[in-house]
Ligand binder design. Structure first.
Ligand SMILES: [Zn+2]
Ligand SMILES: [Zn+2]
Length: 269
């Protein structure tokens, strides 16, 4: 049993409606030892017709979670996280935001590429799919070089969820040089990556990132890997964790990682 799902959203995220308590109760029912909440904060998110702005009310969030931490203390240990949208050009703003609260765990993620969300078709206009994917990976490299405030980089190949052909023609080896440089930067900085099983309930056959990328991270000496479902509703909490464990073992990992007060703890499988 994986002790915690390290990537979970609640109604504190613009794209989720589930009360935090429902997520916590689900984790308790699953027998998890820890509960992580990692709601979204993406500065400068271009607000569309749906009105989603992805701005986390940090004060309300942390005050509420501190209350829930006490309330559930005898059933599960609550750890307070955030999924922070990383963008190199606003690194000062991002550093200031995360230093305003001692988060246990910070997932750095890329939801925007130079201000554009690859979720929308406009991102692919005037580019081949390969160019669009490469630009996404290169922007992660840029962010990883510019920022230090995160613990793991989330869903590294998230862009393949949204390309015109999704993962039909996706081969991580086509971006080998970018991945190698990116993973080397992350390892040199002591940063981890995550196995994100969210893709499994979105119609893909493997979690993010592709096995080739995970193997490369391991071969280059990477040891910090968290496991998260990216659940926005209770039924996806812990989704596909058996597959994630098997995948990590196949890639040569003997441990997965949990963070407490920003420090990694390695847990043997
Ligand atoms: Zn995300
Ligand atoms: Zn997420």
């Amino acid at each position: 049993m994986i002790l915690a799902d390290c990537h979970v959203h609640s109604c504190f995220s613009s794209d989720a409606e589930t009360p935090v308590e429902q997520m916590i109760e689900t984790a308790i029912a699953q027998g998890r030892k820890y509960f992580y909440l990692t709601d979204h904060h993406d500065f400068d998110y271009p607000v569309g017709e749906d009105g989603r702005d992805f701005q986390l009310p940090r004060e309300d969030y942390t005050v509420r979670l501190e209350q829930l931490k006490n309330l559930y203390a005898d059933k599960i240990e609550l750890r307070i996280g955030v999924e922070m949208g990383l963008m190199a050009h606003i690194s000062d703003k991002i550093n200031e935001y995360v230093s305003g609260y001692p988060f246990d765990f910070i997932i750095g993620s890329s939801h925007l590429v130079h201000g554009q969300d690859p979720y929308y078709a406009e991102y692919y206009e005037g580019k081949t799919e390969k160019q669009a994917y490469e630009e996404y990976f290169l922007s992660i490299l840029e962010n990883a070089k510019a920022l230090d405030c995160f613990h793991v980089y989330g869903h590294l190949d998230y862009v393949i969820r949204y390309g015109p052909n999704k993962d039909r023609f996706y081969n991580p080896m086509d971006y080998y040089d970018v991945f190698k440089e990116l993973l080397t930067v992350l390892i040199d900085k002591g940063k981890g990556i995550e196995v994100n099983t969210g893709s499994l309930y979105k119609g893909f056959t493997y979690p993010h990132p592709h096995e080739t990328v995970l193997k490369l991270y391991r071969q280059l000496g990477g040891e910090i890997v968290t496991i998260g479902s990216d659940a926005h509703v209770p039924q996806y909490l812990g989704y596909g964790f058996d597959a994630a464990e098997a995948l990590l073992k196949r890639c040569g990992f003997h441990h997965y990682t949990l963070f407490k007060q920003g420090r990694p703890q390695q847990i043997a499988f």
